[in-house]
Each structure stands twice: as C-alpha cells, then as structure tokens.
Ligand binder design. Structure first.
Ligand code: FAQ
Length: 328
C-alpha cells in the first residue's frame, strides 16, 4: 500500500485516483490509498461511534434488573447486548484503518475521544426505557441509515446490520410507551415526563448546526457524511412528531408547528450552551459514566490477558504443526 508523503508526485496521482473513486460512488477499502486526513476523520468518527455504543449500554443497563416483567427484561437485555455488539463491529471497522483497539480504548479513558452527548443524561424511571428506544435509537437510525452509504466500505457494511438491530430497539422503546399511555394516569404522566426530558437532548445528538459544524463540509465532500447535521435533525423531527401524536403525548416545544411552505415542522431553538457543556464533560452523568467504564475496563484486564495468552498459545501450536509438516 502506498504511504502518504512518500513522494509528492505519486501522492498527487493517488489523490486523483482517490477523488475519482469517490466521484464514482465506489467504496474505499482498507488497502486502497487514502489521504491521511480522510483516514484520521474516519478513525475519529468510527471510534467515537463505537465508544457511544459501549457507553450507551449504561443508561439502559441500569434498568435490566428493574424491568417490570420477564418479557420486558428479556427484550431490554437483548437490546443492551446488541449495543455491545455494535461497539465491537465498529472497533473492528476502525482497526482496518491501522489503529490498535487498545489505543482507541486509551483515547476514551484519557478523555481524548468523545462519545455521544446523549448518554450523559440519567434514566430516572421505567418510561425512560421507552423514550431512549423511541427517541435515542430513532435518532441513531436516522443518522446511521445515511451511513450505510458512507464512502468507507467496512463502516458502510457494519452500518447495514446495525441499522436492522436499531430498528428493533426503536420499536421496543415505542411499544413500552404505547403500553404506558394506555395505562393509568400516573403511567401516562411518567411517559410524558420521559419525553419532556429526552426530547431536546435527542435533537442535540445530531451535532451542532451546519454553520457551527467543523467537519461537515469536508466529510460531505468525501461522502463520509451524506446528509448534514441539520438535514438529519429535521428529518428526525418530521418523522417523530406524528409518532408522538399516536401516543397522545405532547412534544415539549411551544414553537413546534407544521410549515406548509417548507413541507417540514418548524421547531424552537436548541440550547447549544447545554450541548457544549455536556460534550466538554460537564453533563449530569459524565463523571459517573466514565467512572463506571474505567472500573469495568480495569476489572476486565484478566479477560484481555487470558484471551491474548490463549491466542499466543494457539499461534505457537500452529507454528509447531507447520514446522513438523516441513520436517516430514
Ligand atoms: N455528542 O463537526 P461536527 C447510538 C462533536 S449511537 C458529542 O458536526 P461530525 C446507538 C464532534 O465529534 C450514537 N460530541 O462533527 C445507541 C466534533 O468534535 P471533535 C452515536 C459531538 O463528526 C442507542 C464537534 O462536536 N452515533 O446512539 C456530538 O462531522 C441507544 C463538531 O461536530 C454516532 O456516533 C454529540 N452528539 O458530526 C446506543 C454516529 N455531535 O471530534 C445505545 C456517527 C458532534 O472534532 C443506546 N457519527 N460532536 O472533537 C456521526 O455521524 C458524526 O460524528 C456526528 C457529528 C453527526 C455525530
């Protein structure tokens, strides 16, 4: 594989081939030449995405033991396990770009890598399991369906499977709320309260407005992103408002209104100060999430060591068998 910076003329030629590939909508694969900045952008985005899936297990994991029935417990357990699996596919996709998984973990532990702002909010009641599935997974799907068409092959392929699983997650969340709104007044109030708390943070998940987004322009040019943060946020609002109507719940936004001319819902201003505060580590649960992650990482050291020792033993056996064959 040609190395960037090895020769200026070569790199210009490789760049032309790369640009033409993007232009033709062909996937870039791990062994293809790619600009260093493209590789770095993907490592950043895919690893942040992986970290989000893994840290994202915490708010719901918190309710597995308190699920109100066996059926709910089984569904929630399966969902949380799926999120772990998504993290693993995504770490594997990031590794194809030439970075070790341990380094990715370390970046998260050192606070150098981000994870989605949404997972720094607390899950206070059972209705939050409904709201997280409906809104958080709903927002994640909106973003990830676009990413099934991203230009980097391994990321695009991981997204196809992840989206299928996320759509089960979204439905299980919506179904929890559907059940609650048909219940007692107290249950309906619990569902409304969860929507009130999760609505705005869910809109923030799509990232800063296009005018404030540092990476969007380049990522769109490279077809890593196919739709902008604001486009996706709007699509999410348009898809979610009718779902809230079916639930008989009120979206906590007095400015929310159908705009006939635009063919979209208008919605009120997002509190970007809150968003940046959470992103910078000062949200309601940032410290708790990282403390839990760090503890789990440290306590899992023996598993990683055992897996490495087993892999080395297998490798040695394979090599011994190979040299026996050569002698024979
Ligand atoms: N939280 O220039 P942009 C899930 C940062 S998966 C924290 O617009 P970009 C499944 C951004 O990194 C949820 N930071 O950035 C699930 C950048 O900072 P940097 C995760 C954020 O990359 C459900 C800076 O702001 N999904 O939920 C956020 O072009 C339930 C400027 O932003 C993905 O990661 C944020 N919300 O666009 C699991 C999808 N937004 O890196 C469990 C893949 C922005 O320069 C339970 N990622 N920032 O230091 C993407 O599509 C993109 O990375 C965006 C951001 C759209 C998130």
């Amino acid at each position: 594989m040609p190395v960037e910076g090895s020769n200026k003329t070569d790199n210009q030629d490789f760049m032309k081939i790369f640009d033409a590939r993007i232009e033709r909508d062909e996937k870039v694969e791990p062994k293809d030449w790619m600009p260093d900045a493209y590789r770095k952008t993907l490592i950043r985005q895919i690893s942040q995405h992986a970290h989000s899936e893994v840290i994202g297990m915490q708010p719901e994991g918190n309710w597995i033991l308190r699920a109100p029935s066996l059926r709910r417990k089984v569904a929630l357990l399966a969902k949380v396990q799926d999120e772990a699996g998504h993290g693993l596919y995504l770490y594997s996709a990031a590794e194809t770009l030439g970075i070790e998984r341990d380094e990715l973990y370390q970046q998260l532990l050192d606070g150098k890598a981000k994870y989605s702002s949404i997972f720094n909010y607390p899950t206070l009641t059972w209705a939050d399991m409904g709201a997280v599935g409906w809104l958080v997974d709903g927002a994640a799907i909106m973003n990830q369906v676009m990413l099934t068409r991203t230009s980097y092959g391994p990321y695009a392929r991981a997204m196809v499977r992840i989206c299928k699983e996320e759509s089960f997650h979204q439905r299980q969340g919506y179904e929890i709320l559907l059940h609650l709104v048909k219940g007692s007044e107290a249950q309906k109030d619990m569902a409304q309260d969860a929507l009130n708390r999760w609505w705005w943070p869910s809109l923030m998940m799509f990232g800063p407005t296009d005018s404030e987004s540092t990476h969007s322009e380049q990522s769109m040019a490279w077809k890593i992103k196919r739709k902008s943060n604001d486009e996706l946020r709007q699509a999410f609002v348009d898809a979610t408002v009718p779902q809230a109507e079916v639930l008989g719940l009120t979206i906590p936004d007095p400015d929310l209104k159908w705009n006939e001319e635009r063919g979209h819902y208008d919605f009120g201003p997002i509190d970007w100060d809150e968003f940046w505060q959470v992103v910078k580590g000062d949200g309601p649960c940032n410290r708790e999430r990282m403390a839990h992650y760090t503890k789990a990482y440290e306590e899992g050291a023996w598993v990683r060591e055992a897996a490495m020792a087993y892999a080395e033993k297998k490798q040695k056996r394979r090599e011994a068998a190979k040299s026996d064959l050569q002698v024979a």
